[in-house]
Design a protein. Structure first.
Length: 323
């Protein structure tokens, strides 16, 4: 069973989460940090964390500031939090916590959606051994599927920022969207440009220097990275996945793109990878990468080819695996 933990983000903000820890320490046993999606409470990943623990891994889950157990008792309106805080402060704090509590053990990361972006912002990503991301991107609107783009624009780029400005936060839980969301996070999402560094370059005289520092942090990750995506994920389109992968210029990157019918499923979408109904079909893919840095055999034949992203930042080839 997991036990509750608290630890400090890089800037001292108190974060809450859970640990799955084996009774006997083993320097060869990996410790896996799970980075959540935007405004998804970390408890959503507990079944997957337990699965990794069953396969001889220690695991750390945590909530970003403003979300789940890391939501302050005072009004969310007063909380200053952004996607950049979630990466530079919160993910960084989680990596430091894992390193301190599991000294000498290999450090791996599983990241969902914006969690793959947050990892690139954390200075300690240089210590990570292996990475698995699921549907990871940073929500540039032109990457949405053309047939869904209008509705997604209205919801996430019009309604959400209007609520954030009017109320000081987004009451997303009452709307059935996700957890309530800090104002700054909602505005980051709704205003994201094709290159994320363009969002803040103009905000202060130090903006250009800050942009350069953040790009260097992405380049600091050297861990082999498996990017998983599915064809029925409206956020994780091929263009969106490749856009983020283009920033990880020092990492060997493999993109595995699946269709639900590959595993005889009706749908998977942006969230269902972490449902335990996929324990025997999808979860072994992540497990095989974390343990062997290899792709698990899929039940159906696949075509494998190299692709080069249209992003000018992607200077090395990745492998796309599709039907």
């Amino acid at each position: 069973m997991p036990h509750s933990i608290t630890f400090k983000a890089a800037d001292g903000f108190r974060l809450h989460g859970h640990e799955w820890r084996h009774a006997q320490a083993d320097p060869s046993r990996p410790v896996v940090v799970i980075n959540p999606a935007t405004s998804v409470a970390s408890r959503y990943y507990h079944r997957f964390a337990a699965y990794l623990h069953e396969h001889d891994m220690d695991v750390v889950t945590y909530d970003y500031r403003g979300i789940g157990a890391s939501r302050p008792p005072a009004s969310l309106r007063r909380l200053k939090a952004s996607w950049f805080d979630w990466g530079e402060q919160d993910c960084e704090g989680a990596l430091r916590h894992a390193r301190a509590q599991f000294p000498g053990q290999p450090l791996d990361v599983v990241a969902h959606s914006i969690g793959g972006f947050a990892l690139g912002l954390a200075p300690s990503n240089v210590e990570v051994r292996r990475v698995v991301t699921m549907g990871s991107q940073f929500a540039y609107w032109r990457d949405y599927p053309p047939e869904l783009r209008r509705g997604m624009l209205l919801k996430w780029h019009l309604a959400m920022p209007l609520l954030a400005v009017a109320l000081g936060y987004v009451p997303a839980k009452r709307l059935g969207w996700m957890e309530d969301t800090p104002r700054g996070v909602a505005l980051d999402w709704s205003t994201m440009r094709p290159g994320f560094e363009r969002n803040f370059r103009h905000r202060s005289p130090q903006g250009a220097r800050l942009a350069s520092q953040r790009l260097e942090r992405f380049a600091g990750l050297r861990a082999p990275l498996l990017a998983l995506s599915v064809t029925d994920d409206p956020f994780g389109t091929e263009a969106a996945i490749e856009r983020l992968l283009g920033y990880y210029t020092s990492s060997p990157r493999t993109h595995l793109r699946l269709a639900p019918q590959d595993i005889d499923a009706a749908q998977i979408g942006h969230f269902a990878f972490f449902h335990d109904r996929f324990r025997d079909s999808l979860w072994p893919i992540a497990l095989e990468w974390l343990t062997q840095e290899a792709l698990a055999e899929m039940p159906r034949s696949r075509a494998i080819h190299d692709f080069e992203s249209s992003s000018s930042r992607l200077t090395t080839h990745c492998t796309t695996v599709i039907r």
